[in-house]
Ligand binder design. Sequence first.
Ligand SMILES: [Mn+2]
Length: 350
Amino acid sequence: MFRVDSLRKLQSGCMLFVDGKNVYYLTGFTGEGCLLVTPASAVIITDFRYVEQCERQAPECVLEQTTREKGRSAIIKKYLDDAGAKELYVETGILTVDAFRALSKDLEGITLNDMPPVLRDMRMVKSDEEIKAICKAAIISCDAFEALLKQIKPGMTEKYACAILEHEMRLRGSEGPAFDTIVASGVNGSLPHAVPSDKKIESGELVTFDFGASSMGYCSDMTRTVAVGRISYELNKIYDAVYTAHMMALEQVRPGVITKDLDTIAREYLEKRYPGAFGHSLGHGVGLNIHESPAVSTRGDTVLQKGHVITIEPGVYLKGLGGCRIEDTVIVTDTGFIDPYTVSKQLIVV
Ligand SMILES: [Mn+2]
């Protein structure tokens, strides 16, 4: 995995990447450090701890080890001087203000420019290799969830259910949770990003699980809301509405569709039935980051194309009653989409 040549075709000049996901995407290196791209070189600047790892993961790159005498800025300066560069693109959205100030001071005479969104655009369209990793993560999370379903019992705490789910994902090869697992039972279901608590899962409740695995650094993201025993007519109705909104939006996923139009489909349907109860975006892009481009929101103006990977996750949240969300992450193809998530979206009763 070496994508610096593809990057150079889209963006000329010298670029400094400090975002670990971007460094990995361009070079395969997962350790701490940064990547300096000049017209002639791709240089990973790291420290003693990652030298061997860097040699293994990114053999196409020049490796520069920082020392007490020679820090990051000095190394960058040398390569910029070699390139005769007077400007450097930096990731202003990632660098801290302190780091930016220090870099400006150390690189006197060099103008620091905002990095154009070239990596965002590259990463938005996934290669076959990336899609394979995304599907693998999806399958791990589905299998782990099926294993969890067999173990959930009334009286189990949200934290305990969370531990089982994360353990089952690990057993199936996940590199770790793609993000903090959400388990929200009963009245906690009205919190879209509830943190698993010591609350016991009770019969008659809906329980929302929002979670993901990771494979080769790529995330999966899925949400299922399950019923524990018999649930009320009111909760059933909420589930049906969210399910219908999910399916209506999902069925429209194909190249050429603008992401905000997907959001509108689900939002109009839910707004009519539960005004104000669906307050977040319909979805987002997924890849090395759990949230990345394209946005699938009221303002999302991306025209879908083959290789985009997006979530569809409408929800309804009612304070004092609970909530429901259903989510799959789908891959846009030439003609429509692939949904690698195998867990049923019809109401599951445990
Ligand atoms: Mn999501």
